[in-house]
Design a protein around this ligand. Sequence first.
Ligand code: GLU
Length: 507
Amino acid sequence: MTDSKVRVRFAPSPTGPLHMGGVRTALYNYLFAKNQGGTFILRVEDTDQKRYVPGAEEYIQQALKWCGIEPQEGQGYGGDKGPYRQSERKDMYAQYAYQLIESGNAYYTFDSEEAVQALRAAAEAEKKTWQYDASTRMSLKNSLTLSKEETQELLDAGHPWTIRFKMPDDEAVVFNDLIRGSVSIQTAVLDDKVLLKQDGMPTYHLANIVDDHLMEISHVIRGEEWLPSAPLHVLLYRALGWEAPQFAHLPLILKPTGNGKLSKRDGDKGGFPIFPLEWKDPASGNVSSGYKESGYFPEAFINMLLMLGWNPGTEQELFSLDEAVSAFSLDRVVKSGARFNPDKAKWFNENYLRQYSSSELAELVKPLATEKGIDLSDEKLVSLCGMMAERSVFIQDLLAANYFFGRPTEYDAKTVKKKWKENTPTIMKELMTELEACEPFTEERVEVAFKAFLERKELGFGAALPGFRLLATGAAGGPSMFAIAAFLGKEETLARMNEGLTALAAQ
Ligand code: GLU
């Protein structure tokens, strides 16, 4: 544990897999806590049992683990302020709702669901909205309109009830948001939110502020969608006589088009993952792709999320997690929505991939190669990685060129059409004689021999290189042809050239 009083929490509801917006919220909490020498806590907000999705909680923990931003305290991590799962804290909340009733800040409602629905529907028919608030509460069935005795009678008889917050009639709630500055909201537009239900289950609002208080949370860092709830939370803290934490509402992540909030549904349809890890929906069996399974490095994914709503004020874009911890501050989080760019996500991955040495990449790609039945010596795998790294975005791209693992079966039609001239076969045969004599058959030697050959024949690169590549690989482009030849070895290179000449002559 640390001396710092900074305590932040990530408080997801296990209603499905954590999407990238949720991971960003967790990341900013993590970075802020680490930067301040504070504690990062995981709290599971599962009061809405109807929306509970099996496996979601485990998924959240696995995702944070993969990202390398694990909490130090909380559900699954221990700590002395638990339990950290709200359903296990159920008995703690009611007393605060009663306290609010006592102090005149909350009241019982006895209206049936149908009665409230009917009022809402009637208002909607007139194109108006209806809510339980200062303007309507006095014409409804609640402990404000009933006498004390009538209220007690209903409670004793087990009549269905809820407890609602009594929103002050008309007051400006002003609070400071560390990202947005001073926020002011008139209570007249806010409704009387339900705090506690008859089964003793609190709603999000009550559970959230009780837990933030009891867990001594100093800063609430969460998505902008919770900004409208913040005034109610501020009023609840005041009504309970508690000091409110500081608030920081993070900007929305926008769709790649910039139009609207990035939603869970945008992912696979837009050709990019939206979830950190693959997710199989337990109800439908549908599988959504994950950044991990798509070949992203967790460091790249995290770095991309870091820059989606925060900037260091310099040109630097690549940050290791440690660098991000030192550089991060909430005052550099932007206010306006941050547009997600899937190409930029790839750019980050590509940059991380290139930070690895060829032998590190070889280690990383080995399991994949084995899976694909590719049988290469360690030395060859390292050399392959050296050639392919600069044209790869993902680890799997290192194995994307089939000609490294077998002879070409096709020859790129466009190159044949444009570069395979009448005299090319003759040039190729002469080149073969040149290569035959090249010893040792290393990348450097092949290059020297090839260039000497061009000079002697007074040929340009264009007259021999595309043909050489076409015969040896079947492809139009790729890594250095001299490196490929050295990788294949003299015998194989010459055999492929022979085979290619025959195949192309027959076309
Ligand atoms: N349970 C809320 C969510 O799912 C937490 C909001 C908050 O951080 O206060 O996002």
